[in-house]
Design a protein around this ligand. Structure first.
Ligand code: MG
Length: 318
């Protein structure tokens, strides 16, 4: 399934995307299914309890939530939207948020592609998975604007895959790691390089990765069953149509299984998000004799992960 979080009539809802690209409001569809097919009393009250009220709750419901969503989708297939005009919505009627708009933890791998480590003039890659935290509040939707922080001089992009944890996950092995994934989304790890550089003089950084809107995610959460092998997906990023990054997750130093296994030692929960790190092609990797690639207001950044989806965000002056 392709799952979404969206705003319709000023309400945050969870939904699933049909083959025709329409959005099914899962709570409304499942409520109608429960009433009409299963003959349940209080069906409209039961639906949000079984599905969860937001994506993190939905993920915590596990198989119960997924089964309910699948039943709702199968039910919708038999209907021509005659029952409730808020059940099936056109893409234009909604604003997509990030599929997980408020992750529990947002853990971003750094220096995790051999080609990116080389362009950043690092001597060698890490010998354990290393990461920083982005503030969960910096997450924005797939088409939202990214405010340009006025104090920042070197604004950069990084296409990545977001791995969304779907089950409580403690000290799991690499062999079983993918069983704990709820799904995947495209991700852009927006970075203020000058801020990071000044923070890193003291060996640690935070703010340079977490200005408002520095984590576009989406447009969908593609459930893990649809992507049995996430490790060979192509990733691509363009700015104003010009391709800047064009690579493959196969170049990761610590692969997705290794990342999950390693960080699961801290305990991971449904709705936590791990991002893979980015390949070569970032603006910070440009040489002094090359045209600078720093982002500026007005730029449109498209970050795409094969089979997962594409983000399209504009940089705007605050
Ligand atoms: Mg990154």
């Amino acid at each position: 399934m392709k799952l979404v979080t969206f705003i319709h009539q000023d309400q945050e809802r969870i939904g699933a995307v049909t083959n025709a690209g329409q959005i099914v409001d899962l709570e409304r569809a499942y409520g109608l299914y429960l009433r009409e097919v299963e003959g349940k009393a209080h069906a409209e009250k039961l639906a949000p309890i079984i599905l969860g009220r937001d994506m993190c709750e939905f993920l915590r419901r596990g198989a119960e939530g997924s089964n309910a969503a699948r039943k709702a989708l199968a039910y919708v297939d038999t209907k021509a939207n005659g029952t409730d005009d808020r059940m099936i919505l056109d893409r234009r009627q909604v604003r997509l948020m990030a599929p997980v708009p408020r992750p529990g933890a947002l853990i971003s791998a750094g220096k995790n592609f051999s080609d990116h480590v080389a362009e950043m003039a690092s001597k060698k890659g890490p010998t354990v998975p290393v990461a920083f935290l982005k503030l969960p509040g910096t997450v924005i939707g797939p088409e939202d604007d990214i405010p340009y922080p006025p104090e920042v001089k070197n604004l950069d992009y990084e296409v990545e895959l977001a791995v969304i944890i779907g089950k409580p996950c403690v000290a799991v092995s690499e062999a079983e790691a993918l069983d704990y994934v709820g799904g995947y989304a495209a991700f852009n790890d927006i970075s203020a390089r000058d801020v990071i550089r000044s923070e890193n003089k003291f060996g640690i950084h935070l703010m340079g990765k977490s200005f408002p809107g520095f984590a576009p995610m989406g447009p969908f959460l593609v459930t893990a069953d649809e992507i049995p092998d996430p490790q060979n997906l192509k990733v691509k990023l363009s700015v104003n149509g010009e391709v800047r990054q064009d690579s493959n997750l196969g170049f990761m130093i610590f692969n997705i299984r290794a990342m999950i296994a390693y960080w699961s030692q801290m305990g991971l929960d449904p709705g936590d998000v791990l991002t893979t790190g980015t390949p070569r092609g970032v603006a910070a990797g440009r040489k002094p004799d090359q045209t600078p690639w720093w982002l500026k207001p007005g730029d449109v950044v498209e970050a795409e992960v094969e089979k997962v989806g594409c983000l399209r965000n504009r940089i705007v002056s605050e």
